[in-house]
Design a protein around this ligand. Structure first.
Ligand code: FE2
Length: 309
């Protein structure tokens, strides 16, 4: 019996089979590369696909004269990290400034180093809310991000330029309306806001908390504030579909990933944020800018019942 290599026909068939398999493999690799490129392109697109929305937020215990207060909530802008973050902020600012919010609340991871933050500062300064813009620090303001060369930054001049008041375990009281006061209290990232729990730290009145990392329902802050705004989670930033639902790849274990949550006796609003960190990508968690309109309801928050004036 002739060996295969001595049979020219068999050798030809073997070569043909080999090249067909090679072609198939090459085609599969091409498909895989194309699918990866398309997925990455989509995720870069989604990172700039800002969900700008207006929504009513019924708030038990809100003093009636403050019903209708509009709050633009922005979080996790991550200035200077990626061009996508700047584009997203520009879209949000273009949209929000036409709506003339009463307040702008920024819940941490906002400004980066001086030079790269300048364009963001200019954008934020365009908002000019009638009652002011207030911010708290996030981990990135302290250089506690994933970037290996991150450093703490003193961004005092940038906050001032942007027209933003930074609250580090401090409260400000808004001008009284019909004898009713609202306080805005900002938690410092490092202290976790525990400085606000000291005697006399929170003035009488209805108090709203700004905090970067959403505290759990068992936190003493939840017992003290009927309403809180937070960020930090980026909504999971990348969420992968699975048979058991969407699995977040960022902040996987967090109690609150995004949206409105019952929180102690009140509620906590957690933003997906505007920017991204580590990678300029999002999947099934669009960046968001929300203009909330606080709405009076007849129920009083137990912690505020005796001090609404
Ligand atoms: Fe962040």
């Amino acid at each position: 019996m002739a060996r295969m290599k001595d049979n020219p026909l068999a050798v030809t068939n073997e070569v043909r089979a080999g090249s067909a398999a090679g072609l198939r493999g090459g085609r599969l690799l091409g498909y895989a590369l194309a699918a990866t490129a398309l997925s990455l392109a989509y995720m870069v697109f989604e990172a700039q696909w800002v969900r700008c929305r207006q929504a009513d937020l019924p708030v038990p215990g809100l003093p009636h004269p403050w019903s209708g207060l509009t709050i633009l909530h922005l979080s996790d802008i991550h200035a200077g990290e990626f061009l996508t973050n700047r584009r997203s902020l520009a879209k949000a600012v273009r949209w929000a400034k036409k709506l003339t919010p009463d307040l702008v609340l920024l819940t941490g991871d906002i400004l980066g180093d001086t030079e790269r933050s300048e364009p963001y500062v200019k954008l934020l300064a365009e908002l000019r809310p009638s009652l002011g813009a207030f911010a708290v620090t996030g981990n990135h303001e302290y250089g506690l991000g994933k970037a290996p060369l991150a450093e703490p930054r003193d961004a005092t001049d940038l906050w001032t330029k942007a027209g933003i008041t930074l609250l580090t375990d401090q409260c400000v009281t808004l001008p009284t309306r019909n004898g009713h006061r609202i306080n805005l209290c900002g938690a410092d990232y490092i202290s976790g806001g525990y400085g606000l729990l000291e005697d006399g730290a929170i003035p009488p009145g209805f108090s709203i908390l700004l905090i970067h990392d959403p505290p759990g329902a068992g936190s003493p802050l939840a017992a003290r504030f009927p309403l809180g705004f937070a960020g930090h989670t980026h909504g999971g930033q990348l969420r992968v579909p699975s048979p058991s639902g969407l699995i977040p790849l960022h902040m996987k274990g967090d109690e609150y990933l995004g949206g409105i949550h019952r929180w102690g006796l009140g509620q906590l609003v957690v933003s997906n944020g505007i920017g991204t960190s580590f990678l300029p990508l999002r999947l099934l968690t669009r960046p968001e800018a929300t203009l909330w309109r606080l709405v009076y309801t007849s129920c009083e928050h137990p912690a505020q019942a005796d001090e609404s004036k």
